[in-house]
Ligand binder design. Sequence first.
Ligand code: IPE
Ligand code: IPE
Ligand code: MG
Length: 230
Amino acid sequence: MHVAIIMDGNGRWAMQRGLPRTAGHAHGAKAVRRAVESAVRHGIQTLTLYAFSSDNWARPRAEVTALMRLFRRYLMAETQLCVERGVRINAIGRRDRLSAALLRVLERSEQLTEHCSKLHLRIAIDYSAQHSILEAARRGPADQRHWRTLLDEVNHSALPAGDVDLLIRTGGEQRLSDFLLWESAYAELYFSESLWPEFDEKGFAAALADYNGRQRRYGALVTEQGGNPR
Ligand code: IPE
Ligand code: IPE
Ligand code: MG
């Protein structure tokens, strides 16, 4: 199963407490750790987290810098734990605009967790679904590779991630903000009012329970046995 999360609401969480937005991002990192733990516990195979969209470059420079520093710190602090838990780390998105320091840490985390197979953790940084799709289309005609393979290549996805089964967005907004547009063609959408820093194990379990109660049809009719057509 592939779960994807749009981790939204860090800024509002901080504002509510009279804190700078960056404090919200720092607390958001703790929620990331919880989400990874939940995913492992629930036996999820793939978890894709939206950490920074290509449009987020439009934010104030100080906020962008703080976020990039957080990503680097998170990777440095969590990689060993990921190895122990069998979590394979992989960043998706553009790499050409990341700092050399972040790229170095990122590649190190990817290498150190390469052999891990329990959970595939994909962190979307400088990610834009529209950009990925256009880039794959641009490369596509040159050869006959499968469209999905091309998308995975564009996104530096070390493993084929497959389509999204459950897409969660916290923070109350009900939109996709250019996240995994292709892969979410038949994703079940789940919107939570919780702001990302307060999203916890219970919230994760509630989203999964909601998903488990849904009937996926993929445009077909449900069989008599009640199984999913796909
Ligand atoms: C999501 O939280 C994190 C990133 C986009 C990096 P926001 O920073 O968008 O928080 P809100 O939506 O302003 O509350
Ligand atoms: C989407 O959140 C991006 C991430 C969570 C990383 P935004 O806060 O950037 O999205 P909009 O601006 O509300 O659409
Ligand atoms: Mg937001």
